[in-house]
Design a protein around this ligand. Structure first.
Ligand code: NBX
Length: 820
């Protein structure tokens, strides 16, 4: 007997059909006959929300009245993905929904497809935030996700006829959005600019302008927990609804200017994900959402109190800073405590230190935010004063600890040079209780390199929490076939909320029947993806070939160019007859990657991939052997469809550059094998699934460092090019115009970089990468062996549940737990 623990049906299918009909009639104003799929989607969303409201209210009440500390996850990005299926799953209404929409004459998929995917994040960092709030609710921890409701999410990616990336705006709110509840009555005033004056011996900020922050609340239902948390995304509105004076002078456009300016703050998500642009608007966004959130937390936890005793604030809520984007919240809490509530500096500092913790998501020094002090001073003059005072206190503290002068100089939060600036990662590291990295290797490197000075002085602050992904969305919902097989194999579906139970599949890896069923599931997923690809991208995929995937943001350090050079080399070998066509393992290689719009090298790489795809796919000599596709607009929906259909996943970043990766976890959990370097969470994946079930290649962090020390990035790469004829041929083909209709100029910046600089050592790792690919092909030719390895990947990847990550945060950093 299979034990099913999924939420019990709150209503029958007939009842749920009735509820949807009612929504259609009273909210949409259409008859069931008139209703389109979009109408039914909105009605179903409204109906499922009603089933969550009681648990939502109870969770809020228990959170405020109970003595369990809440978690405030402060993040500039929440990359949520579509909501309907997830809400239905967690409300226990999936079957009723399917019956109901069929009764209304639709297929469930049509209704799910009617939802527009919100893209309020760039990539891993934003998706991690979404996984974490899912896990917090599922474990039953009272929590708020606090962020921004951008009006334009991450751009939609298209390609022009030359294969170049074209960005188009993502106006995701063009149609009715049934999940967010805008709450005008719980708004907050957020002010900017002006000056600080001395009044009765106190520093008083006289801001120049204010914006109205209005919360839009999204329910975050837990899976089987009976808890529903809140994702509160702030939207900016103007207070100056209309400037009558200007209007009377018949300058209508001038009259609405302040309104437009205010609303600009939350208009757009910045699409840069590694080289932050020091733009004033971005700082405005950051301050806007953290200031509103901090005031909101005080309002929530001290309801109706005019003079709350905030000395116990850190017992009510702990704020997790998702990277440096919300770090301006540190001086803001200081300001609120001192200037608005009258606490002295030391008391305010004590509270602030206990309240904040900081998660770092990078190792690239250029990705750590540094703000020009004059910009902060202009927008937030009082905060700059506070930051400078924090810096003075910090420097004094370091001196009292006898830290060497040059080390103190390196550690300054406020740099005292000709263009003073504020280092947000340093501010967070000093002011918060804990600093954590996102995978074991990353946390070690933070301590040894990126934040070494801080870890030397404050070793007790440093912690690791390895990232995780939610098994609800990325296994149960995205891979229903495999989920059913797992439930059958384990005899229970409890794995959905306790992913460590996947371990129980280990013995089944030696059960030929189970392994065969597992392989069948993979094949069915591949067939399904071929249908998806046809309808979404208009391409024909051969699902009898190996599906080899590389999906992630486009970055030099992630090394999409290593993959594309290897492909070119294989292509050349087939063309030249160096390898026998019959010996080539048929493969379909799929890339998905957005580039930051201003990142020239990344954009050129996209162009190259598209053109390799064009040339290879149109060459009859390799037909049936090699196909390459650059799928446009990689997003959550594509991930949910493509990951379960993948045989081989590429995680080939240069060792020491990818903080963790979370795609790698999703692939392993869906029975793809990984080809990867010893980087980020790959290290832990390989440890857990077993070295024999992971295709490792490439240099280690130490080897990379050694090569740098030998001057690799100043001409060292050419040696590899000269020494390896396969590499030479591949690079030469890019250079000689094979993929640009003979135009040798198109890719010259790429080629030039490879041969003279190659900072991420694509050339140096090429040989090892080609060798491992040969081994991969041999393994793939033994389907039973491959499938067994895939089963063992799934069975041993339960650790990568975001539920486990959240348990680690609770224990190591937040020191709190679930509501009773
Ligand atoms: O965060 C990513 C890392 O690169 C991954 O290794 C890691 O797995 C993931 C979650 O911890 N970082 C990331 O996605 N950063 C951004 O998206 C980003 C966005 C805006 C920005 C800087 C970085 N200004």
């Amino acid at each position: 007997m299979t034990e099913i623990t999924a939420p019990k049906a709150p209503v029958t299918s007939d009842e749920f059909t009735g509820e949807i009909r009612e929504q259609l009639k009273y909210t949409q104003g259409v008859t069931p006959e008139q209703a389109t799929a979009a109408d039914v989607y909105v009605a179903a969303a409204a109906a499922v929300r009603r089933h969550l409201v009681d648990a939502w209210m109870k969770t809020q009440k228990d959170m405020v009245s109970g003595d369990t500390k809440a978690v405030g996850y402060l993040s500039a990005e929440f990359l949520m993905g579509k909501q309907l299926s997830n809400a239905l799953l967690n409300a226990g209404l999936t079957e009723q929904f399917e019956a109901a929409v069929k009764a209304l004459g639709f297929e469930p998929q049509q209704i799910v497809d009617a939802e527009y995917e919100p893209g309020l994040g760039n990539g891993g960092l934003g998706r991690l935030a979404a996984c974490y709030i899912d896990s917090l609710a599922s474990i039953g921890v009272p929590a708020f996700g606090y962020g921004i409701q951008y009006r334009y999410g991450i751009f939609k990616q298209k390609f022009d006829d030359k294969g170049r990336q074209i960005e188009t705006p993502d106006y995701w709110l063009a149609n009715e959005e049934p999940w967010g509840h805008i709450d005008y009555n719980r708004d907050q005033r957020v002010s900017f600019g002006g000056k600080v004056v001395e009044e009765n011996g106190r520093r008083v900020w006289k801001p120049a302008w204010s914006v109205r922050a209005v919360p839009v609340d999204y329910m975050v239902p837990g899976y089987t927990s009976q808890r529903v948390n809140t994702l509160r995304l702030w939207t900016a509105k103007s207070y100056d609804e209309f400037d009558l004076l200007t209007f009377n002078e018949s300058e209508y456009l001038d009259a609405v200017k302040p309104q437009v300016a205010a609303e600009n703050i939350t208009k757009i998500l910045y699409p840069e994900d590694s080289t932050p642009q020091g733009k004033a608007l971005r700082l405005e966004q950051q301050y806007f959402f953290v200031a509103a959130s901090i005031h909101d937390a005080i309002r929530v936890f001290y309801p109706g109190e005019a003079n709350p005793d905030l000395t116990n604030f850190a017992d009510k809520i702990v704020f997790q800073l998702n990277d440096t984007h919300p770090v301006i919240g540190i001086p803001e809490l200081m300001r609120v405590l001192m200037d608005e509530h009258g606490y002295d500096w030391d008391t305010a500092w004590g509270i602030t230190q206990k309240t904040f913790n900081y998660t770092c998501h990078t190792l690239l020094p250029e990705a750590l935010e540094v703000w020009p002090a004059d910009l902060i001073g202009e927008l937030l003059p009082r905060h700059l004063e506070i930051i400078r005072k924090i810096n003075d206190q910090f420097v004094a503290e370091l001196e009292s600890k006898n830290v060497a002068a040059d080390q103190i100089e390196r550690m300054r939060i406020y740099t005292d040079d000709e263009r003073p600036s504020v280092r947000m990662a340093f501010l967070a590291s000093y002011a918060g209780s804990y600093v954590n990295g996102v995978a074991e290797l990353h946390s070690e490197l933070l301590k040894d390199v990126t934040l070494k000075d801080f870890s030397d002085v404050y070793p007790q602050k440093f912690a690791n929490v390895t990232n995780g992904v939610t098994p609800r969305r990325f296994v149960r919902l995205s891979n229903p076939r495999m989920s059913a097989l797992i439930t059958e194999g384990l005899g229970t579906d409890r794995w959905i909320s306790d992913l460590s139970l996947l371990k129980g599949l280990v013995p089944l890896a030696d059960d030929a029947e189970f392994v065969r069923k597992f392989a069948d599931v993979k094949q069915a997923n591949k067939d399904a993806f071929a249908v998806f690809a046809k309808s979404h991208y208009g391409i024909d995929l051969d699902s009898s070939t190996m599906f080899n995937t590389m999906v992630k943001r486009l970055h030099e350090y992630k090394r999409q160019s290593l993959k594309i050079l290897a492909l070119i080399s294989t292509y050349a070998d087939i063309k030249s007859g160096k390898v026998n066509v019959d010996d080539v393992l048929p493969r379909t290689v799929m890339f998905g990657a957005k580039s930051a719009p201003g990142y020239a090298m990344a954009k050129l790489t996209i162009r190259l991939i598209n053109n390799v795809s064009r040339v290879v796919n149109n060459d009859p000599d390799v037909k049936g052997k090699l196909a390459v596709h650059m799928l446009p607009n990689y997003n959550i929906e594509m991930a949910e469809n493509l990951i379960p259909a993948t045989d081989l996943d590429e995680q080939i970043s240069q060792a020491g550059k990818e903080a963790s990766g979370t795609g790698n976890m999703k692939f392993a959990l869906n029975g793809a094998l990984t080809v990867g370097t010893l980087d980020g969470a790959n290290v832990e994946i390989r440890q857990l699934v077993g070295a024999e079930n992971f295709f490792l290649f490439g240099m280690t962090v130490d080897e990379v460092d050694k090569l740098y020390a030998e001057g690799y990035d100043h001409g060292g790469s050419r040696k590899y090019y000269e020494a390896d004829p396969r590499l030479k041929q591949a690079v030469d083909m890019v250079a000689d115009g094979t993929f640009s209709d003979g135009d040798k100029d198109v890719y010259k910046d790429l080629v030039n970089d490879w041969l003279t600089h190659d900072y991420f050592m694509t050339m140096a790792d090429f040989g090892a990468y080609m060798d491992i690919q040969a081994e991969i092909e041999n393994t793939y030719r033994e389907p039973a062996k491959w499938a067994r390895m895939a089963v063992l990947n799934v069975a041993n990847s339960g650790y990568f549940s975001s539920d486990r990550s959240i348990e680690d945060y609770l224990e190591r950093i937040w020191h709190t737990g679930a509501l009773a």
